[in-house]
Design a protein around this ligand. Structure first.
Ligand code: SF4
Length: 429
């Protein structure tokens, strides 16, 4: 694969290739060449962004020197779920450039009549592939759920808000009666993440991408639709903790009571929580009730980087480690939802901290998510001026796989069949 050409935008929604520059990638604060073998065609469901106030950094095809593209604004790619980017888009930011909204900004280029991105498909499960969504069936499914549960506020929230307004992939799967069903429960949170997608203070320059749940669902409302989903959906999972809410562990009593009641009606499927992991005692109570898996989100395995980003109230990094240990001790499945920021995630210090976290918690899975945040804004907010030496995301993944052969890589919470090792690569078909 030859290095693709740099892309630029004319500021009016048109994107062009600059045949005088090869695309580069960004790691930490620095632009750098991207190895040819790291580029893959932009996956179906991906899209491109113009980055106002920013000039792309490319490699001059004649001189081999790095220089700015002055033909238009820089361009980055959104890569769809199940894929992890190896490099961010490289650009120089003007002082008056607006802060970018909460999306991922992967490097992109053009070659052989197609767009390319430095990324990998990290997850075989097709559960959020865009080709699997049929809008007509989703509309019919959403209507049917609303009619089946006319008094259920949570079904109304999931179908009217998440599914039909925000096109949430998990809620859309619920409307189709398949796979992982989202269950948001908490209007409140005990952290103040810089890039929180459900709540941004008015004084910040960006807005949250979703509106936060405004009410506290009852166990009865949860059980009413969770039981039929677990009993009838293929590869069923119910997941507490979603992007449209606060921290589900603040509602742990509701979750505990729901799990206990659900398991009186069906033993099928798995029950998962996506969480910041801040309340180990609550996690223990949920494991006793029958929780099968936990996914703890984090931007880092290092306490200082975690704390600067999460800005936690009344808990600390050690609590999230303890929550993972507790689920492991109960024989449950443990994942981290790891926000990948090339240059930070693969820095030597971070890799060392992650190896320790994997060993200490007997971690079962890393879900490699692209960090949805303006890269300059993020590093500035957590006060990182030097990211240190980095080994490359791809290299990091290969080294971890060699050291921890049973550690799984992916992007989604596994169904119970995958947890038990009883699945095919195409298990979500
Ligand atoms: S833990 Fe989740 S809900 Fe809470 S501030 Fe962070 S991103 Fe927002």
């Amino acid at each position: 694969m030859k290095t693709p050409y740099l892309l630029y935008s004319d500021g009016k929604g048109n994107i062009f290739e600059d045949l005088t520059l090869y695309a580069t990638g960004r790691s930490g604060w620095d632009a750098m060449p991207v190895p040819g073998e790291d580029w893959i065609p932009l996956p179906n469901g991906g899209s491109l962004y113009e980055l106002p106030g920013r000039r792309g950094i490319g490699i001059d095809v004649e001189t081999g020197q790095m220089r700015l593209c002055d033909k238009g604004w820089a361009v980055a790619a959104f890569i769809p779920p199940a894929h992890t980017g190896f490099y961010l888009a490289a650009y120089e930011t003007a002082p008056d450039a607006p802060t970018l909204p909460l999306f991922c900004y992967t490097a992109a280029g053009w070659q052989n009549d197609q767009f390319w991105v430095p990324a990998t498909r990290i997850e075989p499960d097709i559960r959020q592939d865009c080709s699997g969504y049929d809008d007509k069936k989703i509309k019919v499914g959403a209507q049917s759920l609303l009619e089946s549960y006319p008094h259920n506020r949570l079904v109304k929230h999931l179908m009217e808000n998440c599914c039909q307004t925000y096109n949430c992939p998990a809620a859309r799967n619920f409307s189709l009666g398949r796979w992982e069903c989202p269950i948001p429960v908490s209007p409140a949170c005990n952290a103040n993440c810089i890039g929180c997608i459900s709540l941004q203070p008015d004084e910040e320059p960006i807005v949250s991408t979703q509106d936060r749940l405004q009410f506290k669902p009852s166990p009865e409302e949860i059980v009413e639709f969770a039981v039929p989903h677990l009993a009838t959906a293929p590869f069923p999972i119910i997941s507490f903790g979603q992007g449209c809410e606060g921290e589900p562990l603040l509602m742990w009593e509701t979750i505990r009571d729901s799990i206990l009641e659900i398991r009186k009606h069906t033993t099928k499927g798995s029950i998962n929580i996506n969480t910041n992991g801040s309340k180990p005692d609550a996690v223990r109570a949920l494991c006793k009730a029958g929780l099968n898996s936990i996914r703890v989100s984090t931007n880092s395995a290092r306490k200082n980087i975690y704390t600067a980003y999460y800005r936690p109230n009344n808990y600390q990094f050690e609590d999230i480690v303890e929550s993972l240990k507790i689920v492991s001790a109960f024989g449950g499945w443990t994942s981290i939802n790891y926000f990948v920021f090339p240059g930070m995630t693969d820095s030597i210090e971070e890799v060392e901290a992650l190896r320790k976290l994997i060993r200490d918690t007997n971690l079962k899975m890393i879900q490699w998510r692209n960090f949805n945040i303006d890269p300059d804004w993020y590093l500035g907010k957590i006060n990182v001026t030097e990211t240190g030496d980095a080994i490359g995301i791809k290299n990091m993944q290969q080294l971890l796989q060699a050291e921890f052969p049973t550690l799984q890589f992916g992007y989604f919470n596994p169904p119970i069949e995958r947890i038990k090792g009883d699945f095919q690569l195409d298990f979500a078909h």
